[in-house]
Design a protein around this ligand. Sequence first.
Ligand code: NAD
Length: 468
Amino acid sequence: MNLHKMLCATAVFAVTLSSMACSQKSSTVDRIVTEVPERPAGQEDMVAFAAEPIDTVRVGFIGLGMRGPGAVKRFTKIPGTKVVALCDLDSANVNNAQRILSDAGLPEAAAYSGDKDAWKKLVERDDINLVYIVTDWETHAPMAIYAMEQGKHAAVEVPAAMTLEEIWDIINTSERTRKHCMMLENCVYDFFEMNTLNMAQQGLFGELLHAEGSYIHNLQDFWGEYWNNWRLDYNRRHRGDVYATHGLGPACQLLDIHRGDRMTTLVAMDTDPITGPELVEKYTGEKCDSFANGDHTMTMIRTANGKTIHIQHDVMNPRPYSRMYQITGTKGFANKYPIKQYAFEPEQLSTDSMPDHENLNAHKAISKHQREALEEKYMHPIIREVGEYAKSVGGHGGMDYIMDYRLVYCLRNGLPLDMDVYDLAEWSSMAPLTRLSIENGSVPVEVPDFTRGAWNKVKGYRHAYKPE
Ligand SMILES: NC(=O)c1ccc[n+]([C@@H]2O[C@H](COP(=O)([O-])OP(=O)(O)OC[C@H]3O[C@@H](n4cnc5c(N)ncnc54)[C@H](O)[C@@H]3O)[C@@H](O)[C@H]2O)c1
């Protein structure tokens, strides 16, 4: 096609598009704003909340499938803790976890199983102060809420809540009962993420502009193992980024979300579900005529201070694992997948006197040797303190241990937790908010201010430490 014909064709296409847009305008939603329930009278926000110090963190675990036993094991290695009670629907899972305790030379814990409400008895015990929840997604919120109502702090696996109603219920319960509700987001404790956060906080990247994160993990080895097929079933029934917290958590800590900035708007888009229905047929033997979750979901978020975040989700296709961790600042850049890289302004200046378009490596990352020296110099104090021990305990290379260690450290020292109930709310809200955007033609959706006005009280995200 010559240039004249191409322009004509484009013009016709443009006219068709604009007339379509006009004819549909009356039925199009411009922006979705969800309701922010008023804070009930007598309640205060939980920003920087610290509870009374706890001498011994006495914990009850609910959910001992694939993920739960690792948490029990980690707690056997954290000083100042006692595993008091264990619960799973399946008594065999409870017995397996009991063996972890006996192997560690610890006494048996009280056991609860066999009934879908047996966990309530665990929560009602008067000798625990922390309920640690590792069940499927749809049981998280009711368990956490009941735990707080029974006077316990709650720690909940990711995502901690799946609907906006659940999220607001968790916030209101936490504010009313003055109990912590922390989401167990482990990826903020990975070594590269922690060290990079430290570098960002020391100003190495200048002003941060843009962050990326994702959960790209082909779950083919796991689909057949989930209790009651809960995960595939959830994806079958729900569109949107249903598992955004691993990517979003580190991005939000870098960008000081609800510590001086806040996410305001998101837009999400997905592909058709192609592998999803095949997985249903493979694992259930059923013909699958409807599958909601797109194989690949993308979300773009803008903040009040004009920063952007890009999040992705794909758990079904043959891609190498990636949490897409990336940060762009005015003076530097960091990237983790597929290779760890840092780039900074002085090193990016080409030595050539003339710019050379053929040299695609003109603006390059610092060398591996320089990166390692930088990581040593800017090692996060928490990694310096427990990093080596965490690696020896394990759990995703040590980050799971650091997460539990920090939870216990803050509880025992009466400090604000590293992740508060509003982090839980913001990171978990991606599931319902991205669904709203996608189901309405990728329309912008407002991210509610879950702090209800307290997002600017604390300036800058920082971990808390006991006074020297
Ligand atoms: N942070 C991470 O890196 C990470 C990794 C894996 C899983 N997870 C999260 O951990 C949670 C559990 O995942 P999983 O892979 O262990 O799933 P799973 O299916 O292996 O285990 C879930 C367990 O919950 C139990 N359960 C369900 N309902 C219950 C009830 N009413 N009372 C008592 N027990 C009940 C089941 O019997 C099962 O043993 C999920 O939220 C998941 O997203 C997080």
